[in-house]
Ligand binder design. Structure first.
Ligand SMILES: Cc1cc2nc3c(=O)[nH]c(=O)nc-3n(C[C@H](O)[C@H](O)[C@H](O)COP(=O)(O)O)c2cc1C
Length: 373
């Protein structure tokens, strides 16, 4: 029987086990440039089969929060090189989560202080995180967005392609396209945020068009075996809504099946909330989603996330429901999570107050087992 602790090859990437660190924004990269503290944080967690970085902006326009890293400045790519070197030296594997926030941004974070961009000019009932003049952080309402012109979309696809190349050059083992949690690609997918009347709005096929163009561009640049994607079919995060997610996401995974991607990453339920959260009038059927992917010829590893504990994760892999399990909050608090899950040892509890922003406290100072009294 396959175990959570068994190795697995996903696309071009060989993993030591099936335990994955989920992408976790920590707002500790001022100027969008990863630093030595960030490298230490990822290195501490390198025993995971795979590390997925925090969401990382593909362009200045894709930035939506203060002190999150980017993939578009030479200094940031230098910073990421330090991170990927540290993780590889420690025997780990690492992919970068590629992010364009779309409307989840603030004028002050945008090039020239302009409006954030979106499929349609509909403001999200959501917040972003800003840093005040005195260095303290605070949450602020997202700004009014403007609808992207159709002629601007090829430029965004090009930003993804360029960022994927830059990521591989900076030493990443691959990339995860962030198509979850109410950011740009998810905004295009869902009818709650996309009321366009051109080929990028209306039908499911049209709403998924930008996502497939991005996947084609990235796989064409770096190869499908280094490319992965994250989706969250029912999460309401960042005001994401669609009344009919099952056919929408079935179309998405069926379209992804033609590429031999490294993995498909599914957030089950509301991100960080109820696993049985529902949008529309029926519970979402994740097994049917996976079956549709396989029926369409899809072969990528199936990664699941949201509220997994040791027992649930062991069962998910042993029963064949998933190939990989991603852990978020447990990895914040337990750098040696793999060892703790192996032994069934006690886990450190995450400290919410230090999730976003700050320094080493609540970031690189969680104890590992030999240091626990
Ligand atoms: C502090 C924090 C930051 C997060 N940042 C991201 C992110 O950058 N990208 C993303 O896709 N999800 C992000 N998430 C969601 C997590 O990846 C994950 O889906 C969520 O925590 C549920 O998994 P868990 O129950 O194992 O924590 C974040 C969650 C937390 C708590």
């Amino acid at each position: 029987m396959t175990s959570l602790f068994d190795p697995l090859k996903i696309g071009d990437i060989q993993l030591a086990n099936r335990i994955v660190m989920a992408p976790l924004t920590r707002n500790r990269s001022p100027g969008a440039v990863p630093n030595t503290l960030n490298a230490a944080y990822y290195e501490q967690r390198a025993s995971a089969g795979l590390l997925i970085t925090e969401a990382t902006a593909i362009s200045h326009q894709g930035q939506g929060y203060a002190d999150v890293p980017g993939l578009y400045k030479p200094e940031a790519l230098e910073g990421w090189k330090e991170v990927t070197d540290a993780v590889h030296k420690a025997g780990g594997k690492i992919v970068v989560q590629m992010w364009h926030v779309g409307r989840i941004s603030h004028d002050t974070l945008q090039p020239g202080g302009g409006k954030p961009v979106a499929p349609s000019a509909i403001r999200a009932k959501s917040k972003t995180y800003l840093v005040n003049a005195d260095g303290s952080g605070s949450f602020a309402e997202t700004s009014e967005p403007r609808a992207l012109e159709k002629a601007e979309l090829p430029g965004i696809v090009e930003d993804y392609r360029r960022a994927a190349r830059a990521a591989i050059d900076a030493g990443f083992d691959g990339v995860e396209i962030h198509a979850a949690n109410g950011y740009l690609l998810d905004q295009f997918l869902r009818s709650g945020s996309n009321v366009r009347t051109d080929e990028y709005g209306g039908s499911i096929e049209n709403r998924a068009r930008l996502l497939f163009e991005v996947v084609d561009a990235i796989t064409g640049e770096i190869g499908a075996g280094r490319t992965a994607i994250r989706i969250s079919p029912v999460t309401p995060a960042n005001d994401a809504f669609d009344p009919n997610p099952q056919p929408l996401f079935t179309h998405v995974v069926e379209g992804l099946a033609k590429h031999d991607l490294a993995y498909i990453h599914i957030i089950e339920g509301a991100t960080g909330g109820a696993r049985d959260h529902q949008q529309g009038d029926k519970p979402f059927d994740y097994a049917a989603l996976r079956a549709a992917y396989h029926a369409a010829g899809g072969k990528a590893a199936w990664m699941v996330n949201n509220g997994y504990d040791r027992a649930l994760a062991i069962d998910a892999v042993e029963s064949g429901k998933a190939d990989l399990v991603a852990f978020g909050k447990l990895f914040i608090a337990n750098p040696d999570l793999v060892e703790r899950l192996k032994n069934g040892t006690v886990l450190n509890a995450p400290d919410k107050d230090t999730f976003y922003g700050g320094g080493a406290k609540g970031y690189t100072d969680y104890p590992i087992l030999e240091n626990v009294a």
